[in-house]
Design a protein around this ligand. Sequence first.
Ligand SMILES: [Zn+2]
Length: 455
Amino acid sequence: MSCLRESIRRMDGDLPELLAAVENAPTLAAMMLAAWHLGRAIAVAGVEDVLHERAQRPTEWPLCHKCGKKLESKGFDDRSLKGLIGTVSWERRKGRCPDRCKIGQVAPLDEELGLRPNQRTSDALMRAACGLAIFVPFGTARELLISLTGIEVSATSIWNWVQVVGARAKARIERQLKALLTGDQPEEEEIEAEVAELPLLIGADGVMVPFRPEGGQPGGRTVWREIKVGVLARLSERVTKTGKTVTELLRRRLVAVRGDIDTFGPLLWLESVRQGVLTAETVVWVSDGGRGFWRLFRERFEEHAHDILDFYHAAQNLWKGAKAWLDGRTRRSRQWFAQMRRKLRRGKADQVLATIKSILAQEDLSDSKRKTLKNLYNYLDTHRNHIKYARFKEWGLPIGSGVVESACKWLIQQHFKGVGMRWSDDGFDHLLYLRLDWVNGRFDDLFELPAPASA
Ligand SMILES: [Zn+2]
């Protein structure tokens, strides 16, 4: 018999029983599970033992902040904290003013231990629960937390923590925005030298999300509102097992906001500066030519970035022109479209424009056809510098905004558009900001945790 087991057997509480469960386990799997429960109970007992000892030490009473007299002891009182090892309970001295000033009760040991007033949960437990809630619904987060840690918390508690920490995340970004607006340029994020040489890609798109009606009432008609999403990443290449070269995104960062383009613009710019828009050798802006984002590009990014019009979007407009001119889905219209699309991809936009111009010169063209083709011409002409697809390919740049769309899918679609889901403004924002901080590698900073010990 080891002395470890011998001493556990002599301990108070349920430790001997938990040890017996380990000793009587029929299989190794059952033994390890029982040992896990025992280990946690020992951890709780150990912490409580230390706390008990500390609570017995003489207390340095602070002065009453109202009258300046030294506080006096009112005796011991209970305190507990729920953490990843379970709930730890102890007793410690509480003090009060000898003149009974209304200053509430003061527990110097709580402060010494780094506890916040009214704190009932450890930051590590909140972090774990919020981390799960970023990926799964609150009820599932609760189930997963129990299965991973054995700690029981309600889905409502997790929801509350997400509101608290999400509000913290939102306040942080608002502080940074305020600093930006008063002329404080944010610092660039540290970046490895070889990654810093890669082109920086910036893209933006909008996604619709179902919200509760104004006022946040659960009843009433769903209101669909657009969430603007921006993606920033360094473009790299990777060779697959089959020998194909594919684009790889490094240091992907996301920004998103519930609001219009003027709310979104400063946020995207803030992150762009952090990601090196002012120092990167090549910056590319990929967009589908939508008016709001196009204006944003002109106002803020034009002098720093090349603009690439999403190839598939350009092709879609070509198809509209082909259909209008050659009467719908005829063979001729398909052929013409395929030919123009090929020219566009090969960088012969001038030839495409010339072809459309010659069609527009035909006198027997109907008004509606002329209008559609004229629109197509203007669209391609406006974006003449943004559809040089052959050159973009040569430079290793993407010609589609697929990366933006997949980011939108991950960030928004997957989590905020489930069956029957409808969001309140705050509920949406708080979870969104946590998701953003997670993907951007800033989630842990939201919790007041000591730095992990190095291995
Ligand atoms: Zn006092």
